[in-house]
Design a protein around this ligand. Structure first.
Ligand SMILES: C[S@@+](CC[C@H](N)C(=O)[O-])C[C@H]1O[C@@H](n2cnc3c(N)ncnc32)[C@H](O)[C@@H]1O
Length: 173
């Protein structure tokens, strides 16, 4: 099973129409659409204007998405609600010429800022892509942060045993 399939399958049963969620890495908007199909309101962050503009035009029929063209590490400036579900699909935007990738320091800042906004049973999914330059470094540092943080790891999934393959972590408070 692909990591994104695992993440969505894990999260799907808890979703309901009263919930509020965050897609921390909008990219092509696939996770944003997945969340927007099932919950009341979605905040969707991407640091790349190009990604936000494309996702906005693809998802123009949805009225429950707030797109934010800023780093997820700045989430305190935008999030005013209690949050039930969060998705991080880390790494780089596929099929793009951009070299922008997510990085350990901003991913950690986002997780750190996020904790106080979460409802008690909130789920946070992180997909780490470890094969690109910087990918393993991000995985290693973020995981070290998680293990020393108040987050609890509920689940960990990888399709293959290769250490450079993607891996999914599901966290809660
Ligand atoms: C793997 S892609 C996301 C794929 C996306 N969820 C989808 O459904 O297509 C990672 C995205 O994270 C974005 N990104 C990188 N650093 C970021 C940051 N600090 N804050 C928010 N987005 C960031 C990149 O611009 C890229 O679009």
């Amino acid at each position: 099973m692909k990591p994104v399939t695992f993440s969505q399958k894990y999260i799907r049963p808890i979703l309901n129409a009263k919930m509020i969620g965050i897609d921390m890495t909008c990219g092509g908007g696939n996770d944003t659409r997945f969340l927007a199909d099932h919950i009341m309101k979605v905040y969707s962050f991407d640091i790349q204007k190009e990604a936000i503009l494309k996702a906005q035009s693809k998802l123009h029929d949805y009225h429950n998405i707030t797109f934010i063209n800023d780093s997820h590490s700045e989430l305190d400036h935008y999030i005013t609600d209690k949050i039930d579900v969060v998705m991080f699909n880390l790494g780089y935007l596929p099929n793009s010429t951009s070299s922008i990738i997510t990085k350990a320091d901003t991913t950690i800042k986002a997780l750190d800022a996020l904790y106080k906004h979460l409802n008690d049973k909130a789920l946070v999914s992180l997909i780490f892509y470890r094969g690109h330059d910087g990918g393993y470094d991000e995985y290693y540092k973020v995981l070290r942060y998680i293990k020393d943080s108040p987050y609890k790891i509920l689940e960990h999934y990888q399709e293959y045993k290769d250490p450079f393959e993607p891996v999914v972590y599901i966290l809660t408070k």
